[in-house]
Design a protein around this ligand. Structure first.
Ligand code: F6P
Length: 547
């Protein structure tokens, strides 16, 4: 049977704009940012865009006005606008799972209407938010008591992937706004060390576990949840204690009940929320517990502001669209393999890890919506570390290595922790790094400093290394919402251009199935022979060594 849900599309490489970009690339690939800036003094103020306080400088890219025009034409020929409308109106654009893609509904204000399968989903979203808020208030105020009557002091979120990375990232990012007498821990890895270290100094009487899993079947989360139950009951003794110390966040009511959590203590969400797009659903319960319902609503308002910008702003002023198109430009024409995300804010230390799932689980795809193998590159590898730490480790390669690595610098004009001149020094590094990467240092400049001839090549910076600089007034809950939505929609833009499904993740399945089978084989002592010679040998060596 043929796939009738895939939109009829002209293959990407046959689009007029694509062909024009190929020709254009030839003329621009050797142009240097030094010349582009010298010949166009307004470039640094012109090639910028702003949405609700999020300022994007994209002037330090290897582009001209013509590049942007052609990329915008590509977006148009790819139907980006109508794909945006399809997503926002609840069409089932995740065709391989037959699901709508509606993380934008999670932050839609009361009164908006988004219909899926004949039902407006916005009221349900707010019902869950209100329940989360009531619960959070009770825990934060100490009114919610553990089984032995003690107030909750520790909150442990057990989840993995989207049920962990968003919560951890948001907790770290918004720690400044968090209730400091509550301790938050996040357990994700099936490696028992994660659970043991996260709970070793906690008292079960004062600890609340959030079991966060969309499906409530994920091996890691279920294994950790069972260990948590054993850990809690070892001290609390009575099954009845579970109701006071365990809550669930899931779409799977049946599975939650099977685990023994009362559905009165369950916060739901829906199959139209992808795991990696779920930090603003009930999966954000730990975030709400940390920062409080009001701040959580501000976070949602930030997401919504960026959603509206993406939905309504013309593409030439549309931050997520521009960022997405520039990623396509480097990935497909310059053959850049990675993007470095470099937040200059310690609170954003987990932001690159969060973005890795968002970007790579979304766009790490090799077939189009209609199932054809792509004949172009798709999702690049995202990676990064907060500045300035990265400068003293991998920036050498970005400056002088042989690979082209587009960078996203993210900085804030005001710090949440004023301390002497730390913040100016931090931000000086943002501006300096982007400048150094773009303009470099010529051999003449190096020589003029009196450098010995033999040393000159080693000290030359070729420059012409592209970057975005994203400047935000302050790291508030709203700002974090805007930043995350900016990347979500940039990822969407890329996926539309590449004609792939950014919302499924079949690529994680095979390993899961094989691990389950091997898990059974590890149970006994007998020699394993069912695999290839390498896998058999490794399994058997492991069995021998573990005893
Ligand atoms: O890694 C695959 C994945 O399905 C992710 O997409 C998801 O975020 C994660 O596992 C966790 O899934 P769940 O929330 O169902 O436990």
């Amino acid at each position: 049977m043929s796939n009738t849900s895939a939109p009829a599309q002209t293959p990407l490489t046959e689009l007029a704009a694509w062909k024009a970009l190929e020709a254009h690339y030839k003329s621009i690939s050797t142009a240097h940012l030094r010349d582009l800036f010298k010949n166009d003094p307004e470039r640094g103020t012109r090639l910028t865009a702003e949405a609700d306080g999020i300022f994007l400088d994209y002037s330090k890219h290897r582009i001209t006005d013509e590049t942007i025009q052609l990329l915008l034409q590509l977006a148009e020929e790819s139907g980006l606008k109508s794909r945006i409308d399809a997503m926002f109106s609840g069409e089932k654009i995740n065709i391989t799972e037959n699901r709508a893609v509606l993380h934008v509904a999670l932050r839609a204000p009361k009164g908006e209407k988004i219909v899926v399968d004949g039902e407006d989903v916005v009221p349900e979203v707010h019902t869950v938010l209100d329940r989360m808020a009531a619960f959070s208030d009770r825990v934060r105020s100490g009114e919610w008591k553990g089984y032995t009557g003690k107030a909750i002091k520790n909150i442990v979120n057990i989840g993995i992937g989207g049920s962990d990375l968003g919560p951890v990232m948001a907790y770290e990012a918004l720690k400044h706004y968090s209730q400091r007498d509550l301790t938050f821990r996040f357990v994700s890895n099936i490696d028992g060390t994660d659970f043991v270290e996260a709970t070793r100094d906690l008292d079960p009487e004062e600890t609340l576990f959030i079991i966060a899993s969309k499906t409530f079947t994920t091996l890691e989360t279920m294994t950790n949840a069972h260990s948590a139950r054993v850990w809690a009951l070892a001290k609390l003794k009575h099954e009845a204690a579970i109701a006071k110390h365990f809550v669930a966040v899931s779409t799977a009511e049946k599975e939650v009940t099977k685990f023994g959590i009362d559905t009165a203590n369950m916060f739901g969400f829906w199959d139209w929320v992808g795991g990696r797009y779920s930090m603003d659903s009930a999966i954000g319960l730990s975030t709400m517990l940390a920062i409080g319902p009001d701040n959580f609503r501000k976070l949602l308002a930030g997401f919504h502001a960026m959603d509206e910008h993406f939905r309504t702003a013309p593409l030439e002023k549309n931050l997520p669209a521009l960022m997405g198109l520039l990623t396509v430009w480097y990935t497909d024409f310059f053959n850049a393999q990675t993007v470095a995300v470099l937040p200059y804010d310690q609170y954003l230390k987990r932001f690159p890890a969060y973005l890795q799932q968002l970007t790579m689980e979304s766009n790490g795809k090799h077939v189009t919506l209609s199932g054809k193998h792509v004949n172009y590159e798709t999702g690049p590898i995202f990676w990064g570390e907060p500045g300035t730490n990265g400068q003293h480790s991998f920036y050498q390669l970005i400056h002088q290595g042989t690979k082209l690595i587009p960078c996203d610098f993210i900085g804030f004009s005001k710090t949440l922790n004023p301390l002497g001149n730390h913040h100016d020094l931090l931000m000086a590094n943002v501006f300096a790094q982007a400048e150094a990467l773009a303009f470099g240092k010529t051999a003449e400049e190096v020589k003029a400093e009196g450098t010995a001839d033999w040393l000159v090549p080693h000290r030359v910076f070729e420059g012409n290394r592209p970057s975005n600089t994203i400047l935000v007034p302050e790291l508030t809950p709203e700002a974090l919402g805007k930043l995350v939505a900016l990347y979500e929609h940039s990822v969407f833009t890329q996926g539309v251009i590449w004609q792939i499904n950014s919302f499924d993740q079949w690529g994680v399945e095979l390993g899961k199935v094989l691990a389950k089978n091997i898990g059974h084989e590890l149970e006994g002592a007998e020699k394993v022979t069912s695999h290839d010679s390498s896998t058999n040998n490794l399994i058997n060596l492991y069995k021998k060594q573990r005893g």
